[in-house]
Design a binder for this molecule. Structure first.
Ligand SMILES: Cc1ncc(COP(=O)(O)O)c(C=O)c1O
Length: 459
């Protein structure tokens, strides 16, 4: 299974894999990477599954990296790779951008955690409020997951209701309140260990206005939360007009409309999807690019809602929110520098142009090889889709989320790594550091990979 979000990689990795005695792509990559293999063997004694994030579970073993710069990184066995993981989308400027590195160094020498207010957190919040159209106030957290948790707490406090509506396949971090329906078949918890009472507060519906209207009918919904890019950063695009209709239906039912722009924020445009579409939510969840590659997240939105976080003055609907590392000064330094560079939108436009050309050339490579498939996506991202007459049009969320079938995924991943390209499970993030050279190398690697997969009888 090619998993497009960060919840179900355990399933992907536990899918059985033939490390071909025939010297297939997986066996070849394993043989080329003895140091990654050795580190993985060490890690298996330390970490459950040998990894520190489910998304890195991989067959035959995870890649280990030693250094990264711009659009590239170097693995432990000395191979140079074009990187399309890009800090899970956090690194809009590329790995270790010199201005971000120097801001982080300078701040680390001043203080990490002053245990007091500091100027950088105000600079950071002012940038968020300037860039994100619906942001009137900001509260920083340590991750996107924490921000999503906090946004829902604010929504429940503001409405006095418990229920949350989310869309099939949309991912909002790993906390209990949203860990339902993120992966096909979208009708069950994403994880063991979820209290039934918590799961029961979440209604998962398809991205369909009729289904949303029905879910709102009882008048008991606190918030509708969704990825405004469509599930998993555009893997499953939303139907035309859905955001505007959802805003209307949510408002009419007295519920709050919450955008999760952890991935799309500052990437789709300086102000995220809400800038592009003009459809503005009540609350927005941010992360990733926000903190320039350091840990960080934020909730922002309407002042009257956000002010519920304002301490005893907020009254009985006061929302509590401690957090040792909220607005951590080193994250703030990276965030302020990154958002400052991203504010004019030129870097996003450049990354978008390179991504569009990469998508077109990957699709042409499918055609040349006579393999059904395409690369599609928006902004500075791409998603590979194998089969289905080479178009995502008309496919449902389950098909799109499994665009690289399970039998193919490890071989594709390893064949591309052997040719110098690190995909993010059949998808990819570009940065402002990616350019024509990366496109050319990636397309060459992909054409050779398709030939290899054909020879292995996998496509
Ligand atoms: C859309 C979306 N929301 C929330 C999160 C959670 O963010 P974090 O991993 O920082 O907790 C992610 C992470 O990938 C995400 O893609």
């Amino acid at each position: 299974m090619a998993v497009r979000n960060e919840t179900a990689h355990a399933a992907a990795a536990s899918a059985s894999v033939t490390v071909g005695a025939d010297g297939g792509s997986v066996a070849r990559w394993a043989a080329e990477n003895p140091r990654s293999a050795a580190l993985s063997a060490r890690a298996r004694h330390l970490f459950p599954g040998g990894v520190t994030h489910d998304v890195r579970l991989a067959d035959p073993f995870p890649l280990a990296v030693t250094r990264a710069e711009g659009a590239r990184k170097w693995d432990l066995d000395g191979h140079e790779l074009v990187c399309y993981v890009m800090g899970h989308g956090a690194l809009l400027l590329g790995h270790s951008h010199p201005e971000v590195v120097s801001a982080v160094r300078a701040q680390a020498a001043r203080f990490f955690h002053p245990g007091a207010n500091h100027e950088l957190e105000c600079d950071w919040a002012e940038l968020v409020i300037r860039l994100v159209p619906s942001a009137e106030r900001v509260r920083f957290t340590s991750s996107g997951t924490e921000a999503s948790l906090l946004a829902l707490r604010v929504a429940r406090a503001a409405t006095g209701r418990d229920k949350i509506v989310k869309l099939s396949g949309h991912f909002h971090g790993w906390h209990d309140q949203v860990a339902v329906g993120s992966d096909p078949p979208f009708d069950r918890p994403d994880t063991a260990g979820l209290p039934r009472a918590t799961a029961d507060t979440v209604t998962v519906i398809p991205a369909d206005t009729g289904a949303l209207a029905e879910a709102m009918q009882a008048g008991d919904v606190a918030a509708v939360i969704l990825e405004p890019s469509g599930a998993s950063w555009g893997t499953v695009p939303l139907p035309e007009g859905f955001l505007a209709a959802a805003l209307r239906l949510t408002g009419a039912a007295g519920a709050l409309f919450v955008y999760d722009e952890v991935v799309s924020g500052f990437r789709w445009a300086p102000g995220g999807v809400q800038e592009v579409t003009g459809v503005h939510p009540d609350l927005t969840v941010l992360g990733k690019v926000l903190a320039g590659g350091m840990p960080g997240g934020a909730v922002c939105g309407r002042a009257d809602l956000m002010d519920l976080l304002g301490g005893p003055a907020a009254g009985p609907a006061r929302v509590a929110h401690p957090g040792t590392h909220n607005a951590h000064a080193v994250s703030a330094a990276a965030g302020v520098t990154t958002l400052g560079l991203a504010a004019p939108g030129e870097l996003q436009a450049r990354a978008d142009r390179v991504a569009a050309s990469l998508r077109a050339e990957l699709t042409a490579a499918f055609e040349r090889a006579g393999v059904a498939g395409c690369a599609y996506g928006e902004s500075s991202t791409f998603h590979l889709l194998f089969g289905y007459d080479g178009t995502p049009d008309g496919l449902d969320a389950a098909a799109l989320k499994n665009g690289v079938p399970g039998s193919l995924s490890p071989a594709l991943h390893c064949a591309m790594l052997s040719r110098g390209v690190h995909l993010f499970h059949g998808s990819g993030f570009l940065s402002a550091a990616h350019g024509d050279r990366e496109v050319e190398e990636t397309v060459g690697a992909f054409a050779a990979t398709l030939g290899q997969l054909q020879a292995e009888g996998l496509v």
